[in-house]
Design a protein around this ligand. Sequence first.
Ligand SMILES: [Zn+2]
Length: 389
Amino acid sequence: MSGSLLVDNIGELVTNGVGEGPLGIRRDAAVLVEDGRVAWVGAAAYAPAADRRVDAGGAAVLPGFVDSHAHLVFAGDRAAEFAARMAGQPYTGGGIRTTVGATRAASDDELRATVLRLRGEALRQGTTTMEIKSGYGLTVADEARSLRIAAEFGTETTFLGAHVVPAEYADRPDDYVGLVCGPMLAAAAPHAKWIDVFCERGAFDVDHARAILACGQAAGLGVRLHANQLGPGPGVQLGVELGAASVDHCTHLSDADVDALADAHTTTVATLLPGAEFSTRSPYPDARRLLDAGVTVALATDCNPGSSYTSSMPFCIALAVREMRMTPAEAVRAATAGGARALRRDDVGVLTPGARADLVVLDAPSHLHLAYRPGVPLIRKVLLNGVPQ
Ligand SMILES: [Zn+2]
């Protein structure tokens, strides 16, 4: 859509740039959008003329949420596993293989329909940038097609061939790592921006993770990894050492892990996924400890059929505030600018001139309501690339 668009009568504008407090808040503001970008931000009284106008009605406007961790390419669901867990069975990650079987058996159109459904669900809840991982194919052909389908929905695509060792390689994990680093990476890399490994007991140990991530880097992919979710381990420090954009979960951290993430030379973001702790009834990560140490924190959904089947960033914000002792401002920042940092993006997660015009109009006067009114549909309108959805 061409022409300019003015979003005005904004009671509270979260810019994540210059303004009041950590969210860079401006009151009684307006945003001018041209060619899908933010062209101007300022006081509504001084807003320039535009071809079209969106009246925010005095409500809060935020950058669209940046969900930097989601597993959307799969088939089937695991509602029965969830029910069993809620009846007392522990989460081990073993159920991933159930989804692998269903995903391999699904057609391309079935997989595409699932991504479309979940991406639409997320968009209606304010998510304008969403990372999408493979990881339920675990054959050369199934990982390649998972990423081909993911790439139809955006550029933030992640090769997660090292999700678990598939059953057919259970007694020869070294051979599976060879497959991931060789033909699987070669087939996946043209459709992927990132490489990820589930570095955890029962999945991939630190030597395998290091080898796989190094191969991915050599193929031009950026590094991110699942680390320290189910117990303490070397994943977080491996991520920092390799210059990963993000280490995700960070539920079980040592002082040395926190120090590594807080180091002034570290560019690695700690991405917290409270939907996983909610859905596995597990202790939440200690967000306060990370924030107080000066670590950059992102919030993401971990949307997947096993351990966190939510696509809702507002839900994750509410959990972060209630269960992880983040302030509402910290949680909103982590869900927007934090997610952008985790994807090494400076054009999203902010509403400053030059940024992509991805923004959310709330059905509320303040960002506080995202945590204050949990479970309530507060997203009134979403602009994606300047286009009302
Ligand atoms: Zn995950």
